[in-house]
Write a protein that binds this ligand. Structure first.
Ligand SMILES: C[S@@+](CC[C@H](N)C(=O)[O-])C[C@H]1O[C@@H](n2cnc3c(N)ncnc32)[C@H](O)[C@@H]1O
Length: 211
């Protein structure tokens, strides 16, 4: 995963140019801009900072983490300095920080977590957050004709896609498409309230971390 996104960094943002997805993206960008107003946000797997650029201006501060230095370099140029600290790190082994985060965001990360690691990831994330924190995930819905076809499913139920980069390399990438019910049941034990919403091409899960 990390190697694939390192190699893809320079062409990553092409995914946001798919014409059929533009109306959904504009709605989501407007929505996410206000969700973290005044909050101290921990962003996981920030990539090139596509989503950071929309919510950072209204946040108090953002610490945005990604495993790949190549995507972080693009993000650092995209988002004006000041509010955002970009750091390299592992989403499964979050660095100890002195801040107490009251919000977390991850865009298009959930779909890449192996099913057997989701609970481990959530527990690690929640340890970094204050009780009552707002947590938001956004990701893809599978849409026939627009999404890359699923090539296989492993014994744990994870699904995979084959993706090509402009240098001709081919990569097998874990990409899951959870249902509303799966998402709500996975965060249920940790949330005092949770809401799922969807657009044609995307879903969002927003919950409040229980005390
Ligand atoms: C699909 S991209 C999403 C990027 C960005 N959030 C967005 O929505 O445009 C997934 C990101 O996860 C990062 N990544 C992969 N494994 C990671 C890990 N173990 N810890 C942190 N980031 C990781 C990749 O470098 C890549 O930037």
């Amino acid at each position: 995963m990390r190697d694939y996104y390192s190699a893809r960094a320079a062409e990553y943002d092409k995914i946001y140019l798919k014409p059929e997805r533009q109306p959904n993206l504009r709605e989501m960008e407007t929505w996410i801009s206000g969700v973290f107003a005044g909050r101290l946000v921990l962003e996981i797997a920030c990539g090139t900072g596509y989503w950071t650029q929309f919510f950072a201006p209204n946040a108090n501060k953002v610490v945005a983490l990604d495993a790949a230095e190549e995507t972080l370099t693009i993000a650092r140029h995209r988002v004006p300095p000041g509010k955002v600290e970009f750091i390299q790190g592992d989403a499964y082994e979050l660095p100890a920080r002195t801040e107490s985060f009251d919000a977390a965001f991850a865009g298009f990360w959930w779909s890449h977590i192996p099913l057997e690691r989701i609970d481990q990831f959530l527990r690690g994330l929640h340890r970094a957050l204050e009780p009552g924190a707002t947590v938001v995930f956004v990701d893809n819905r599978f849409v026939q004709g627009s999404s890359t076809p699923i090539s296989e499913r492993d014994d744990d139920g994870n699904t995979y896609q084959y993706r090509s980069l402009s240098d001709g390399s081919k990569h097998r990438v874990l990409k899951n498409f959870p249902s509303r019910e799966e998402l709500l049941s996975l965060v249920g034990p940790y949330a005092s309230s949770a809401a799922y919403r969807e657009w044609d091409y995307f879903w969002a899960l927003e919950y409040t971390l229980a005390a």
